[in-house]
Ligand binder design. Structure first.
Ligand code: GLU
Length: 314
């Protein structure tokens, strides 16, 4: 059931041809013109239908599919929000357009389980929640860190990967550690955990005072105590800003920074704030339950460890 529309249209074509062959159609010339093609299409359609039914049986074996999951099966496409520039997680080859990475494989596996196609939408830290809320995508596999605050808005599966936050600087800046970031201007992505993680790490290291810090109300846009932040919509723009000297440092998860770590740049010594990545879904949805069940199964049977190894993420 890779492509429902194709299967259905092929089955319809095959059925129509059969009717025509039986004398129900008016254009016998057309029908007999390509018998081999018709038979091949009919056979393929039958095979694909059988394949589709087998996949659906697997998905439905545990019981009735939830309404929202059934809607995905009926649509024939699972729509997934992914990153397009995070090597090993969600990366799109600019020449071929092909996506690759652990999160891409996991999305494909969920679609395979349901017996549907998968459609990727490139998301950013700022857009992924909105796209989920608007119903444009069914789930997000996009280096999405599970936090208590976010759990109030979306469901997250058990984590499938843990990363850490760190900071990338130009070597010429002379900055090598958290301490060196004192009074620096740091580029972060809007909607990310990065600024908060950095401020908390600096407070913990004794490089910033905890006096004005309140985790509940912290806002990177207004924070100016010993460090300040410039927020951007995407990571390539932060990288350009770092080269241009618009910011002194670029802070986010190490997995995301890797692609921007050019010869002239270096990470600071510390990494901090463990970031547990989970699949985000609409709160209370059938998709949430399905994703949780699949992820825990893949954690147990070694599938996730296999992907971490395959993409050299450990
Ligand atoms: N993983 C972090 C977060 O969810 C960094 C932002 C990102 O994933 O782009 O906030």
């Amino acid at each position: 059931m890779k492509d429902w529309k194709r299967v259905i249209s092929m089955a319809m074509a095959a059925g129509m041809s059969a009717m025509m062959l039986a004398g129900c159609g008016s254009s016998t010339t057309e029908t007999t013109a390509a018998p081999a093609e018709t038979t091949a299409a009919a056979t393929e359609a039958t095979e694909e239908t059988a394949e589709a039914e087998a996949a659906e049986t697997e998905a439905a074996a545990e019981g009735e599919l939830a309404e929202d999951v059934q809607a995905i099966v009926d649509r024939g496409v699972l729509r997934v929000g992914v990153k397009n520039a995070v090597i090993g997680f969600g990366y799109q080859d600019t020449l071929t357009g092909e996506y690759s990475g652990m999160e891409i494989d996991l999305a494909q596996k969920i679609a395979d389980y349901l017996g549907v196609d998968v459609e990727y939408t490139a998301v950013t830290a700022a857009t992924r929640g909105e796209l989920l809320d608007s119903g444009d995508i069914d789930c997000v596999l996009a280096t999405f860190t599970i936090t208590d605050e976010r759990k109030q808005t979306w469901d997250f599966t058990t984590p499938y990967y843990t990363d850490y936050v760190t900071v990338l600087v130009e070597q010429s800046s002379g900055i090598t550690s958290l301490e060196g970031l004192k009074d620096a201007k740091v580029g972060v992505s809007s909607g990310s955990t990065s600024a908060k993680s950095l401020v908390e790490a600096m407070i913990e290291g004794g490089f910033l005072s905890a006096d004005d810090y309140d985790a509940e109300t912290f806002d990177p846009a207004t924070w100016t105590e010993g460090i300040s932040f410039q927020q951007y919509d995407d990571y390539p723009t932060i990288s350009t800003a770092l080269s241009a000297g618009e910011v002194d440092a670029f802070c986010v998860d190490k997995s995301i920074l890797a692609v921007y770590n050019t010869d002239s740049r270096t990470y600071i010594d510390e990494q901090f704030a463990p970031q547990q990545y989970g699949i985000a879904t609409t709160k209370g949805s059938g998709v949430s339950e399905l994703c949780e069940e699949l992820i825990t199964g893949w954690l147990e049977d070694g599938t996730i460890d296999g992907l971490i190894e395959e993409y050299s993420l450990n």
